[in-house]
Design a protein around this ligand. Structure first.
Ligand SMILES: Cc1ncc(COP(=O)(O)O)c(C=O)c1O
Length: 457
């Protein structure tokens, strides 16, 4: 029995009616990758209001590494409901907040003493990391990279790279932010090839200290260990050791933004562990809360303590329900071996996607780290010209055939996989079959599969 079960046209009549209400009541700004309204969800499956069952390869943009509503998270939330909901940690503290902080301090790389601040969203975590880095270093500047995404608040938009739709029209942004090319080997900004490039993109940091901003003015370098919205770009293994060494030499903090790549997504708790680097600060969010909004800044104790009393916090940060959910989700990762599972899913994806790369001229690059994996679509292998039109067509085909996917990349030409790590092997292969059919359809090499073919098979 297949997981994907489509009973109506997509979107179905109830979803279409809800969309009309949505359009009247909500600004057009919030975008929907898949405009069907959810009725319920479990594991890696979402059922919509018309009774259609979708396989979820997006996980609410990487927030569901432990799946939709795992029973342990469900019970932890219910148990917390019996005790108290909101207190505000700045008014009356509670144990859940402390327990999440202790857990993250233990999981984050580095044997040094650490402390953790809890907030509500990824952007808020990055904002606070900047505040903490500035308070500690007494320096203003922040260095970020091309194709980075760090959030939608004003400071994090200054750090984010992609202009449309994120930044355009929302200027001006806070200053003292400087941007350098990233280690995007498939589209090297220097026209070089790894490894003969000798990591020119990392050593460019030293050059920037002469041409762009004085090192003694720089508080921190912020990087996503694996780009998220920027297209799941994985830098070479020497990149972060080099970047962090240059930072250390100049007394600059290195901040790893693990909002998307953290919490088991890449086969480790934090993607930066693959590089053997111990960041001064790490931001996490998304899957941390097991489905509830929770984010964190974890870092060296003396840096985290640089801010004065009352300088950090917020009304809802580290909400008791979200802390209970996070503790249960972190237990699931350990108990159910989700780090190993992530690596397994990554390998399964890679072997299918490498075959697609040989078969389809539009599959330019196959890349990833564990369960954070992607294909980059191009017009042809030799020109590497981005193919956003084919990417849109593939995403639309997947959606119409019951697979929820999301795209990524500065050129909008990357299909990324953020499937809940609890997906079964059969479900994962079923989803990849749909993606393969979508590629064939986009290339005109295979006829579209009927949309309802899966309902009784
Ligand atoms: C790496 C990274 N940083 C920050 C953010 C912002 O997180 P949020 O949407 O929770 O504010 C995101 C969101 O996608 C992200 O991927």
């Amino acid at each position: 029995m297949k997981t994907i079960q489509l009973r109506t046209e997509i979107p179905g009549p109830k979803s279409r009616a809800l969309m009309q209400r949505r359009e009247a009541a909500i600004p057009r700004g919030p975008y929907h990758a898949t405009p069907v309204f959810a009725a319920r969800s479990a594991g890696a499956v979402i059922e919509d209001v018309d009774g259609n069952h979708f396989l979820d390869f997006a996980g609410g943009i990487g927030c569901l590494n432990t799946g939709h509503r795992p029973p342990e998270v469900d019970s932890a939330i219910r148990a917390q409901l019996e005790k108290y909901l909101h207190l505000c940690f700045s008014v009356t503290p509670y144990e859940g907040y402390v327990a999440v902080a202790e857990k993250l301090n233990a999981l984050a790389p580095g044997k040094f003493a650490k402390k953790t601040l809890l907030v509500n969203s990824g952007a808020e975590a990055v904002e606070n990391a900047v505040k903490i880095a500035r308070a500690y270093s007494k320096r203003p500047a922040i260095i970020v990279f091309n194709d980075a995404f760090h959030g939608r608040t004003m400071m994090t938009l200054a750090l984010t790279s992609k202009t449309h739709p994120y930044k355009a029209g929302f200027e001006p942004f806070p200053g003292d932010v400087y941007r350098l090319p990233y280690a995007y080997c498939y589209r090297c900004s220097y026209g070089l090839t790894y490894p003969s490039c000798k990591l020119a993109c990392a050593t460019a940091l030293e050059d920037a200290f002469k041409r762009v901003v004085a090192p003694e003015s720089v508080a921190a370098v912020i990087a996503e260990p694996v780009l998220g919205e920027g297209g799941f770009v994985v830098p070479p293994k020497e990149y972060y050791p080099l970047i962090s060494e240059i930072c250390r030499k100049h007394g600059i903090l290195f901040i790893a933004d693990e909002v998307q790549s953290g919490i088991a997504r890449t086969g480790k708790y934090f993607a930066i562990e693959h590089y053997g680097v111990e960041p001064d600060l790490i931001t996490s969010a998304k899957s941390l809360g097991g489905g509830l909004p929770l984010a964190a800044v974890t870092g060296r104790a003396e840096i985290m303590d640089a801010s004065g009393v009352g300088g950090l916090g917020g009304t809802f940060g580290g909400n008791p329900l979200a802390c209970a959910s996070a503790l249960a989700a972190l237990d699931i990762i350990e108990k159910d071996g989700l780090l190993v599972r992530s690596t397994h899913l990554g390998r399964a994806f890679e072997s299918r996607a490498k075959a697609w790369q040989r078969q389809f001229a539009i599959v330019g690059d196959v890349r990833g780290m564990g369960g954070m994996c992607a294909i980059e679509l191009v017009k042809d292998h030799s020109s590497r010209e981005p193919h956003p039109e084919a990417t849109k067509k593939i995403a639309q085909y997947c959606y119409e055939h019951g697979l929820i996917t999301i795209t990524a990349g500065t050129y909008g030409n990357v299909m990324r996989i953020l499937v809940p790590l609890v997906v079964s092997d059969a479900q994962f292969e079923e989803g990849l079959d749909v993606l393969e059919a979508a590629l064939g359809n986009a290339c005109g090499t295979t006829a579209p599969q009927p949309r309802f073919a899966t309902s009784n098979s």
